[in-house]
Write a protein that binds this ligand. Structure first.
Ligand code: TRP
Length: 456
């Protein structure tokens, strides 16, 4: 492996991993899921899912990556040669590519919105449409994302930016960029959050978000919360196996997993503390956040009612673009790592091999019958099928297989070795983590899915 394939510092490692975790999933998917699944009740189940499933599964991925010191497939192969567990890594790479196809397109829209916010066009009235209304922004959204050329070009810009970072490698590309962008993301988030607290009905928004109605907790809400936790923490697709292989020997995996998960959850909660006060203060609670409405209609409507809409909107879309780009990078890295490792390819050709099909695909889908305008790829609606299928089914399935592997079939002592860095650090949680992976994670995943099937 090139000597560049290790994160050079603790901060860089955290920034890069948080960069992967914090993405459209936190700023977009989380509030939309919260609204669709009963507000605070969803938040509660989500937090439990992160602590009970997210952290152990994340530790499992880190451990496989660092012990195998390879990509998502070859790490399994090295740890259990001749056994079929590598298929789990293979499925991960396949799914991560599936996610990438729509994640890059949506990241492109985000960049387009950033541009339109900075230029002010987003807020210029449309003749015949009530100014600042839902309709105005819904029309704008149609215009921006349903066109043929602009969304395609913005997708290409996204791919180019990610490609440039990825070509520079793990340390000089991913780590360096994350070190700059992640602090910026947190700064903007705090500014927006403080501002949201000054809105007239901030406390009502917070009450909706933080006071759970326990009667709303159903198996479906649990599946959605589980899917959200996996998606948001970048689990079940080999991303964190790949990143784990870039960790140093003395990295404390447990501390890293806690730090990353808590920061990721914090971002989602802060975003909730921005959107729900905004929605309540301006009487938008009847609006659905479904599909792309939340970020491209509801958020602009809120900003439009505040002082200096362009400022808030630009800050927000910088935030969203940063979140989207660092995550896109991590999703693409899964495949790039595989090609460069397995086929001994240099980084630049491997990056091109992964990204060029996306360029062609986006051209194909927007030029042929304007598939993008219906927001579909390969005949699936982006947000309906792709997203729910990957997050709610494939990711928990991937995590299930991995937990069974780690709990029952992985080389004896491997996990403990990784959790204690070969016995050099004490880890009081090692036993608990093993117990969770062996029993709780697989059994609860089966129960949640079983319950949801039976309730149907
Ligand atoms: N976690 C990211 C988000 O919240 C998305 C993401 C990055 C991801 N890498 C992943 C999702 C791997 C699943 C698997 O937006």
């Amino acid at each position: 492996m090139a000597n560049n394939s290790e994160f050079s510092s603790k901060i860089g490692l955290i920034a890069a991993t948080v960069g992967s975790a914090v993405g459209l999933g936190n700023v977009w998917r989380f509030p939309a899921e919260t609204q669709a699944n009963g507000g605070a009740a969803f938040l509660l189940v989500y937090v439990i899912c992160v602590l009970l499933f997210g952290i152990p599964v994340m530790l499992g991925e880190f451990a496989i990556g660092r012990a195998g010191k390879s990509d998502a497939i070859d790490s399994y192969r090295k740890l259990s040669p001749g056994k079929p567990w590598w298929i789990s890594g293979f499925l991960g790479i396949l799914c991560s590519y599936l996610i990438l196809t729509f994640y890059m397109v949506v990241s492109g829209w985000t960049l387009e919105y950033l541009y339109q916010s900075l230029s002010g066009e987003l807020f210029t009235p449309i003749p015949g449409v009530e100014e600042g209304s839902n309709l105005q922004f819904a029309d704008r959204m149609q215009e921006y994302v349903a066109g043929i050329w602009p969304p395609m070009v913005w997708t290409w810009i996204t791919i180019t930016i990610c490609g440039a970072v990825l070509c520079m490698g793990v340390q000089k590309g991913i780590e360096r960029v994350s070190n700059i962008l992640m602090p910026l993301l947190f700064l903007i988030l705090i500014i927006l959050c403080v501002t949201a607290m000054t809105l007239p009905k901030a406390s009502e928004g917070l009450a909706y978000f933080f006071h759970p109605d326990f009667s709303k907790i159903t198996p479906d809400v649990c599946i959605s919360a589980l899917g959200q936790a996996f998606f948001s923490l970048s689990l079940g697709m080999g991303t964190l196996i790949t990143y784990g292989s870039y960790f140093k020997k003395d990295t404390n995996l447990t501390k890293t997993a806690f730090t990353v998960s808590i920061l990721d959850m914090l971002v989602a909660i802060l975003v909730g503390m921005i959107i729900f006060p905004g929605v309540m203060s301006f009487g938008l609670e009847g609006e659905s956040f479904g599909g792309s409405a939340l970020v491209f209609v509801t958020f602009p409507e809120i900003f439009n009612r505040m002082w200096c809409p362009q400022l808030w909107s630009s800050l927000f879309f910088i935030l969203l673009s940063v979140a989207a780009l660092t995550s896109s990078i991590s999703i693409a890295e899964v495949s790039i790592a595989y090609f460069s490792n397995h086929f001994k390819m240099k980084r630049i050709p491997a990056t091109c091999m992964v990204l060029i099909p996306l360029v062609l695909l986006s051209a194909l889908s927007s030029l042929s019958n304007g598939v993008l305008s219906d927001w579909t790829i390969f005949g699936y609606t982006i947000f309906g099928a792709c997203d729910a299928f990957t997050a709610n089914i494939l990711m928990p399935l991937g995590a299930f297989i991995m937990a069974v592997y780690l709990g029952w079939f992985a080389p004896k002592g491997m996990m403990k070795d990784q959790l204690t860095n070969g016995g050099t650090i004490r880890n009081r949680l090692a036993g608990t983590v093993m117990f969770l992976l062996k029993w709780i994670t697989p059994i609860l995943i089966v129960i949640i899915f079983g319950a949801s099937v039976l309730m149907k």
